[in-house]
Ligand binder design. Structure first.
Ligand code: CA
Length: 612
């Protein structure tokens, strides 16, 4: 009897494990009570397409399964009924009527936290996690991940992580920021140059050198408690060439493949060009970003579903306030519209900002929700990065004033806001992780830096600044990514300069930090900047004046590029005055009497809150 039992157990064991294995199920969980309750599981394992899955769980059912070219994949379409309860589901896999294995799938209860979308009342701090703070030395290198830590290599991994960011939330909050946008944290198991995070090798897993999914979730939760919203950087255009599926693609059209390596032409004008050729269009959309970043084919319906579900998964898992979508115009346009629509359907209060790196507002505005485009394309994207504004602002602050140059450059770009369906929801910035540091862009002219920061904080839109702007970080004039994304002083044990302790900073750096802090703290209360209107006046004699106003507040901003203090005649702005007699400089508390003229300091940005 005993022997028979052992034999039976042995048979059971072999039938469960022999020859058949499921290596991955993605996503590995879902939540009850989601609008997206018909989900598709990607199942991977040798010959899994031969298996028939079954589920015995109240209000959850397998609708059907789909096989694709590669027998090592099976797609399971699940329906999670409205009455389904959270719990662990067994997915039983059968072959020839016999159960061969079983895999768990979790149905989770949703966390109560609200998805609190970022908006113009926020100020965003952009962080490159590998370069900010190394909070856990133990994860600097991981045995199973290819690239090891090497702080001496500017393009290498330096060890910054989620632990470091968690420790720094109070610092960020104290600077006056209310949101963080983090460069991607998902696994990038590439041989080299993996620190930036844009070569995803696992869409469901945080890179262990940054921490874990659970730590990312803890960062999100702690941020929420402190009033700091989280914006996740996402990439649906490409993955990393070491992504696990690259060795065994579900189908030949899973990625966009070319006979020989073909790079995108990066010509963004193609999307709206009435004369664009089909071949240029194909190269733009299906060409690869770089050799190590295979171009995903979002026209493949399984890929499209995979990406949409993955994004929803992260919003739900982290209760994100926003997404920054990388390389927005490069994926399939119709897919981007479906993706955004799906996100907004599930999370109407979420905000999403797209990266369309063009200095031309006609190109950027094409992608904003509500824009009527001549080719009929309709986008669902709420926000875009204001690249045209960034370029124009730097030009305005560095060029000599003339009839056609200087401040007028910026004024002219802002005047083209008619192209946008919602200019107030653009994200404005002096620089980001992909460009020369702003202080370098303005030739280390501190006055121009202050003007740029003041404009970013008071102009229409949602301000974003890159970590280190507060201490005037610089970089070489010619773009050098590794040095743009330099280590934040004090983020590593033993750093001689330590920003967190205020150690080793120059007076000018301290002044810069105080400037940003003052400005952003005041900005938090300035409703005219959050939801108010904008009116500006043609720059004249090296001075640009604009107003932000709502029913309760009126703010006057004066950018003076003159080398000497200037008398500003107020007559030209009289349409903006309704009996206000005083202006309080919001940074110095100095009061101005608004008589016929006011004196503004040389090379300054003066922000006045007007009072009767
Ligand atoms: Ca570390």
């Amino acid at each position: 009897m005993k022997n028979i039992l052992i034999l039976l157990l042995f048979c059971l064991f072999t039938s469960l494990s022999f020859g058949q294995n499921v290596e991955r199920i993605e996503p590995a969980n879902w939540w009850v009570g989601m609008k997206h309750n018909k989900i598709q599981l990607l199942v991977y394992g040798e010959n899994v397409s031969e298996l028939k899955p079954q589920i015995n769980y109240l209000n959850v059912s397998v609708r059907n399964t789909t096989q694709v070219e590669n027998p090592n994949y099976l797609f399971i379409n699940l329906t999670i009924g409205e009455r389904a309860k959270a719990g662990e589901i067994d997915i039983d896999f059968y072959k020839n009527g016999k159960k061969v294995l079983s895999k768990p799938f979790s149905l989770l209860k949703r966390e109560n936290a609200e998805v609190d979308g970022f908006n113009a009342s926020d100020a965003i701090y952009l962080i490159t996690p590998d370069r900010f703070v190394n909070g856990n030395k133990k994860n600097d290198s991981i045995d199973d991940l290819k690239e090891k830590v090497n702080r001496a290599n500017k393009g290498g991994r330096h060890g910054g992580d989620i632990a470091g960011m968690r420790q720094s939330l109070d610092y960020i909050k104290d600077l006056g920021f209310t949101a963080i946008w983090l460069n991607p944290l998902l696994e990038n198991d590439m041989e080299e140059y993996s620190y930036h995070g844009y070569s995803t090798t696992d869409f469901y897993k945080v890179d262990e050198r940054f921490g874990s999914n659970e730590e990312y979730q803890a960062l999100a939760r702690e941020g929420r408690t402190k009033g700091i919203k989280l914006i996740m950087d996402m990439i649906v255009n490409h993955c990393g060439s070491n992504h696990w599926w690259m060795n065994d693609l579900p189908s030949s059209d899973w990625i966009n493949q070319w006979e020989e390596y073909t790079e995108t032409n990066h010509r963004k004008s193609i999307t709206q060009d009435p004369y664009a050729s089909e071949s240029d269009t194909k190269v733009f959309t299906d060409g690869w970003f770089v050799r190590t970043m295979p171009d995903l084919n979002q026209r493949n319906e399984f890929m499209a579903t995979y990406l949409i579900q993955n994004s929803i998964w992260w919003v739900e898992y982290l209760k994100l306030s926003g997404i920054r979508m990388d390389t927005y115009p490069y994926p399939d346009q119709d897919f981007m519209s479906d993706w955004t629509q799906a996100m907004m359907y599930e999370y109407p209060t979420l905000n999403i900002v797209g990266e369309e790196w063009s200095d031309n507002p006609a190109i950027v505005s094409y992608w904003q929700k509500g824009k009527v485009n001549s080719n009929g394309y309709s986008s669902e994207l709420k926000s875009l990065m204001d690249f045209p504004g960034q370029v124009a602002m730097t030009k305005a602050l560095t060029e000599e004033e003339s009839w056609g140059g200087g401040l007028i450059d910026f004024y002219k770009i802002i005047a083209q806001d008619f192209l946008y369906a919602d200019p107030m929801n653009l994200v404005t910035f002096p620089d980001n992780h992909d460009m020369t540091r702003f202080f370098t862009q303005v030739n280390e002219d501190f006055a121009a830096w202050k003007q740029g920061v003041a404009i970013t904080a008071t102009m229409r839109g949602i301000p974003q600044m890159y970590y280190g702007t507060e201490i005037l970080m610089t970089s070489p004039k010619d773009r050098d990514d590794g040095l743009i994304r330099s280590d934040f002083p004090g983020g590593w044990k033993g750093d001689e300069i330590n920003v967190f302790e205020g150690k080793g900073l120059t007076d000018r750096q301290k002044e810069a930090t105080a400037y940003i802090k003052n400005l952003l703290k005041w900005r938090q209360t300035a409703t005219a900047l959050h939801t108010g209107k904008l009116k500006h006046f043609v720059p004249k004699n090296g001075i640009y004046v604009y107003f932000r106003y709502d029913d309760n507040q009126k703010i006057m901003v004066v950018i003076n590029k003159n080398e000497a203090a200037s008398q500003l005649d107020l007559t030209r702005f009289s349409e903006m005055f309704e009996g206000e007699r005083k202006g309080r400089n919001v940074l110095t508390e100095k009061e101005f009497l608004l008589t016929s003229e006011i004196e503004v300091e040389a090379n300054s940005a003066t922000i006045l809150e007007l009072k009767k």
